[in-house]
Design a binder for this molecule. Structure first.
Ligand code: AMP
Ligand code: FE
Ligand code: FE
Ligand code: ZN
Length: 279
């Protein structure tokens, strides 16, 4: 059976509710999923409740952005004890700074002559962690761009006139935070950032547990490459679509990659080890 351990919901920059994600995953016959919102755990308990009567397991997850020496690293956390106050405190700080950063980006867009306001963006994000995709949606709604991709290319991307970097933790802080709540830490989409072997070796020393081998943006060669590096350095393998909803964000489709469910037991075993070390 197949699994999908990288899914975004409305709690961050995805468009689907946790109920819909669970229903779709079940219809696809997936055995296990994880909702891994950016800086939010708000969808997890609803998803777990929705899966209660279904032959589908929902692993509590999260995706946290981080940086190390100017390099971005997205870290996925699995089997996290998502109700712990220390986690929520950190997430509150990250989401508050996302909101003020979105306000700054809106001001830059206004300076470009695009009349949108922060209230619309905040309303669209509906209390979730605000990201650039929400701003892109408002630009699309007003007809300032014809697609989400155009919004990123013209305004919101790294080199765009409205880009504002977001506040992130250092990668070792993120790994430690995930471990502190009993989670397993996996490096998301290493192929997207072209993660080097040297950086992976360093992350191993810092306690990283796993690498996301399967991802919608990975070529077959990248899958094989990171599978080999995972074996070489003793990382567990994770994988997921990085689906953000339908027809959104580069068309990453829920359950669209054939990721084997044999990856689940080692992750669970690792999380038990982490929890034991903490207690
Ligand atoms: P942020 O966390 O606010 O910096 O926004 C990053 C998010 O934007 C990523 O998680 C993706 O969901 C989305 N994203 C990044 N680049 C693009 C793109 N070119 N087209 C569509 N969505 C993108
Ligand atoms: Fe995203
Ligand atoms: Fe990511
Ligand atoms: Zn993601």
């Amino acid at each position: 059976m197949a699994v999908d351990l990288h899914i975004h919901s409305k709690a961050s920059d995805g468009t689907l509710t946790p109920e819909t994600i669970v229903e779709k995953a079940n219809r696809l016959g997936l055995s296990t999923i994880s909702i891994t919102d950016h800086d939010s755990v708000a969808s997890i308990s609803t998803a777990i409740d929705a899966s209660d009567t279904l032959p589908l397991t929902v692993i509590p997850g999260i995706e946290l952005s981080s940086v190390h020496q100017g390099r971005d690293a997205h870290i996925l956390g699995y089997f996290i004890d998502f109700t712990q106050p220390v986690l929520q405190q950190n997430l509150d700080k990250l989401t508050a700074s996302r909101a003020s950063r979105a306000g700054d980006m809106v001001k830059k867009l206004q300076a470009e002559g695009l009349s949108i306001n922060f209230g619309e963006v905040a309303a669209y994000s509906n209390g979730g962690a605000i990201g650039r995709p929400h701003i892109a949606q408002i630009l699309l709604k007003h007809g300032f761009v014809k697609s989400i991709n155009e919004a990123f290319e013209r305004y919101l991307g790294r080199n765009g006139p409205a880009y504002v970097p977001k506040y992130v933790l250092e990668v070792t802080e993120v790994i430690d935070l995930i471990h502190s709540v009993g989670g397993v830490a996996s490096l998301a989409h290493p192929g997207v950032a072209g993660t080097s072997e040297e950086f992976l070796a360093w992350l191993k020393e810092k306690g990283l547990d796993a690498v996301e081998v399967w991802h919608s943006d990975h070529t077959d060669q990248e899958i094989a490459h990171y599978q080999n590096l995972a074996t070489k350095y003793g990382f567990l393998a994770t994988g997921g679509s990085d689906c953000h909803g339908e027809g959104k964000s580069r068309g990453f489709v829920l359950g669209s990659i054939d990721i084997p469910d044999r990856i689940i037991p080692p992750l669970l075993a690792r999380s038990r080890q982490v929890k034991q070390l903490r207690s």
